[in-house]
Write a protein that binds this ligand. Structure first.
Ligand code: GLU
Length: 429
């Protein structure tokens, strides 16, 4: 069966990672059933909805790589006439009525539209949580619109899902308590009931709800700015609440489409683990190849040097942004320009003369880290590792911490390595 699903964010804030995961689960389910996914902007709350939030949501969804089956999002604020017609229908068959009452604190009298609620027990089957029942008596005749032109949120959702022929509603479990109201509205409209799947919340490490207050980054934009790859973030979000039942942890979007299963989503809250996300990002960076790192360099890095430095950076950082700040900090500037060396820091510069002879014997094409190590190691064992390797590292980098000197020498190349070493020995003599 081809599913019809929707992702229905409210533009009252930037796209939260929880929202991104809801979009992902809907997307995966639509694609694996050969169905459709629509994007609907739920902006009935006119005060809290802001165009800049809608913009952020659209950009974030785009960055994550989602393609929706409607090229333009459906916007509830543009559908007043549709809701009005549905309200009129309910009023004319007396399943809803206009009620004159005090509507605000200042005792102003006005009108609202209420649904007649017989107070029946509502039971629905949730794909994740099983059977859920609610006694709706205490909801009374609840308000569904402030006026014919101002439907409330629940009413608009039900009309839209019906009109869009939504077959499955996959959303956060914070909406479970809204479901009985929405089912009562469906029944009044004689709309069919979609299948529900309420997914567990994302929790902060202390099991509180993941929020700015819990100190975590919550918006997709923040992860984007921190240099995470969209594919890594999606991979991570998929594993928050779902697992494939195998050891596989690294998934492309296509693999997720094949393997994801709504019914395997766990009921309990899923704890957000930044370290795991970083690990996945490293893995996705490895899969992405070297060209993705090109932009972390400033323009004055020659491209052949970039290619040789990238593997070192890739080992050290979890995100492109961390790589970018490493480069910006000047940490690796010694690859581009010979450092000025404080001679006293060389400690045992006298070993450099022999080091030069050994390295000079290596052909330029053999000037790789393992080969360099092979020719220097016996001498280092004989004269003392520190005595040989320390001045070598210092002469090449000017730093007491760096990648191992064999790697540094191989990146600099034979010519530059020997020139830096000779510069020192010539001056020492
Ligand atoms: N607009 C709601 C939200 O942002 C989603 C409602 C739904 O999926 O039914 O949480």
């Amino acid at each position: 069966m081809s599913a019809i699903v929707r992702f229905a964010p409210s533009p009252t804030g930037t796209l939260h990672v929880g929202g991104a995961r809801t979009a992902l689960f809907n997307y995966l389910f639509a694609k694996q059933t050969g169905g459709q996914i629509f994007l609907r902007i739920e902006d009935t709350d006119r005060e809290r909805s802001k165009p800049e939030f809608e913009q952020n949501i659209l950009e974030s969804l785009d960055w994550l790589g989602f393609k929706f089956d409607n090229s333009q999002p459906i916007r509830q604020s543009e559908r007043t006439a549709i809701y009005r017609e549905a309200l009129e229908k309910l009023i004319s068959n007396d399943t809803a009525y206009i009620s004159k009452e005090e509507i605000s604190d200042d005792k102003k009298r006005g009108e609202v539209i209420r649904l007649r609620n017989s107070g029946q027990k509502i039971t629905f089957t949730d794909l994740i949580r099983g059977e859920i029942s609610f006694d709706t008596t205490e909801l009374g005749d609840f308000v569904i619109a402030k006026s014919l032109d101002e439907p409330l949120y629940h009413f608009a959702v039900v009309v839209d899902d019906w009109e869009m022929k939504v077959s499955h509603i996959i959303r956060g479990e914070d909406h479970i308590s809204n479901t009985p109201r929405q089912i009562l509205i469906q029944e009044a409209l004689r709309a069919s009931r979609p299948v529900y799947a309420h997914i567990p919340l994302i929790l902060a490490p202390d099991r509180s709800k993941l929020s700015k207050r819990s100190g975590s980054a919550v918006s997709v934009t923040e992860y984007r700015e921190q240099g995470f790859l969209p594919g890594a973030l999606l991979n991570y979000l998929a594993l928050l609440g779902w697992n494939p039942g195998t050891d596989q942890e690294i998934f492309s979007l296509d693999e997720l489409i094949k393997q994801f299963s709504l019914t395997k989503i766990q009921k309990g809250g899923a704890i957000f683990n930044l370290e795991k996300l970083k690990w996945l990002n490293r893995e996705h960076l490895k899969l992405a190849g070297d060209s993705i790192w090109e932009n972390i360099f400033t323009v004055d890095w020659p491209s052949d040097l970039r290619a040789r430095v990238i593997p070192i950076i890739r080992e050290r950082v979890a995100t492109l942004a961390e790589g970018e700040s490493l480069i910006a900090s000047g940490e690796y500037d010694y690859f581009r320009t010979a450092p000025t060396i404080n001679r006293t820091l060389l400690k045992t510069p006298e070993t450099l003369a022999k080091t030069i002879i050994l390295l000079d014997a290596l052909a330029e094409t053999d000037f790789t880290a393992p080969q360099i190590k092979t020719v220097l190691w016996p001498y280092a064992e004989e004269a003392g590792r520190g005595a040989v390797l320390w001045p070598l590292r210092m002469a090449l980098t000017g730093k007491d911490r760096s990648p191992d000197p064999f790697t540094v020498a191989s990146i600099l190349g034979k010519k530059e390595t020997l020139s830096r070493l000779r510069q020192i020995t010539n001056n020492v003599e």
